[in-house]
Design a protein around this ligand. Structure first.
Ligand code: GDP
Length: 462
């Protein structure tokens, strides 16, 4: 570890110890997930349920128990950093309290929110001490940016070769047709013209978007092409992968920008934020990937392995940044899309997908856990009858139609499925309407398993 990182680690530890002494502690909890994994909904549920727990509602029983029933008050406090956009729980809660309720608007970018949790303290003889205040700094960032981490150790030529090889196969080739045509028409000695660089960037970005939105693919790099973040689409992003044969000024310009982009990601995101997280949640829409078919599922597995490898397999992070979160929870979201009995399979499947990474994580000292959860529960268990046979199913209100429906979501395999599994017909899971939030907000929101996850992640700190 380099001396600067070591010093920063020592200072962080000393700061934490000093805060603990005066009963003021800070815990940085990062939440990430690939697009549509359910980050916004997760954070909204977390805030609503924590605040309700602070008012005495038993909305997060496992967390309350882990804290010995001593959570007294929970409230939103001004964020520590002024430069980062603030996660807007009021707007999200208002959407859920509307009639009919709506899902919160998604957050594309980086945002933060700080929540104070006042916890009662007692002496060993039962005397009451002043309350402890644990400030939870929630940091929400796009999982796509994490996919830039493995790039830090990869040069432009190597990245280009791997990316173009992938882009010429399967559904990617379909999504990238216009970009690949552009590349094929590009002379190897194309000059360093910004208009050309910008055009190539635009076509490559559109290809990545189509891979994500139309085909459910996830291993898409660089991350800011899909989530530009608060600084928008700067000229820094005007580059794209090029074949080995490209030797002219444009190739040199793209290689320079690639290096500058990675440098920028490192100084503006990784160094100041990423290296300072204490705890991390990675949300994964495993069911969505399963329903999107074999190529999308396998691509999600590759993306998850890449993310899990860097986030919890602290080798690379420690080498790059000098620190890493100590607890990392992976959670399969939208578990209310399947009946109760399928939820253990969902968590087991997620664990399989990230298993290689788990070995690394434990070797590095970060504890990992795998959960299946619904941040906002929209369904109840039901039975569907198909061709005269009964199947475990879920029942909820469809978002668009506004009426109830019983849905059989198919089987959830406990491990990556055999090829024959993909022969079955797949369908799009419908979007359910969220339950309406009590506008007074006192009772939290219904969920599945949020409390178990939070108890594991935060219980020791409360
Ligand atoms: P983000 O892009 O990761 O921030 O994703 P969102 O949090 O906006 O979630 C995307 C969509 O997934 C929502 O609009 C909901 O339709 C759905 N969703 C998210 N969480 C849940 C959940 O717990 N249960 C159900 N049924 N749907 C969910």
């Amino acid at each position: 570890m380099d001396p600067l990182s070591l010093l920063r680690g020592v200072l962080d530890t000393a700061e934490d110890a000093a805060r603990a002494l005066i009963g003021r502690e800070r815990l940085r909890l990062a939440v990430t997930g690939l697009s549509r994994a359910g980050k916004t909904v997760f954070l909204t549920s977390l805030v609503a349920n924590l605040i309700a727990a602070g008012r005495g509602a038993r909305t997060l029983p496992a967390l309350s128990d882990a804290a010995g029933g001593r959570i007294r008050r929970v409230f939103v406090v001004p964020a520590d950093t002024e430069t980062v956009p603030r996660f807007d729980p009021e707007a999200h809660l208002a959407a859920l309290a509307a009639d009919p309720p709506r899902w919160p608007e998604r957050t594309e970018d980086f945002s933060t929110l700080s929540i104070a949790v006042d916890v009662e303290r007692r002496t060993s003889l039962g005397g009451i001490l002043p309350e402890r205040r644990v400030t939870l700094d929630l940091i929400d960032y796009p999982g796509e940016w994490l996919l830039d981490l493995p790039l830090l150790g990869t040069g432009f030529a190597e990245w280009s070769a791997a990316t173009l090889a992938r882009l010429r196969r399967g559904r990617r080739a379909e999504a990238a047709a216009a970009f690949l045509d552009f590349l094929d028409a590009l002379p190897p000695d194309a000059p360093a013209e910004d208009a050309l660089a910008k055009r190539g960037y635009g076509l490559y970005r559109d290809a990545l978007r189509a891979c994500r939105d139309t085909h459910g693919l996830r291993l898409l790099q660089p991350g800011r092409f899909l989530n530009p973040g608060p600084r928008g689409e700067a000229p820094l992003l005007w580059f794209f992968p090029l074949p080995e044969t490209a030797r002219g000024g444009l190739a040199a310009l793209c290689a320079r920008r690639y290096a500058a982009y990675l440098d920028d990601q490192r100084t503006t995101f990784l160094d100041p934020f990423f290296s300072r997280f204490h705890r991390q949640v990675v949300l994964v829409d495993v069911l969505g990937a399963l329903h999107a078919g074999q190529e999308a599922f396998e691509d999600t597995a590759d993306a998850l392995a890449a993310i899990a490898g860097v986030i919890s397999g602290a080798n690379l992070i420690e080498r790059l940044l000098g620190a890493a979160p100590t607890r990392v929870a992976f959670a399969a979201t939208k578990a209310d899309h399947v009946p109760t009995r399928a939820r253990d399979a969902l968590a087991a499947l997620l664990e399989h997908l990230a298993l290689g990474a788990r070995g690394r994580a434990e070797a590095s000292g970060a504890a990992t856990a795998f959960h299946a959860l619904a941040a906002i529960r929209c369904t109840e268990d039901a039975v569907a009858t198909l061709e005269g046979r009964a199947f475990p199913a879920v029942r909820g209100i469809l978002l668009n139609e506004g009426k109830g429906a019983t849905i059989y979501p198919g089987e959830v395999p406990m491990k990556p499925p055999e090829p024959a599994f993909w022969d079955a017909a797949f369908f799009q899971m419908p979007e359910f309407r969220p339950p309406r939030l009590d506008p007074a907000g006192g009772s939290g929101v219904p969920h599945l398993g949020m409390d178990g996850l939070l108890a594991w992640l935060l219980g020791d700190a409360l």
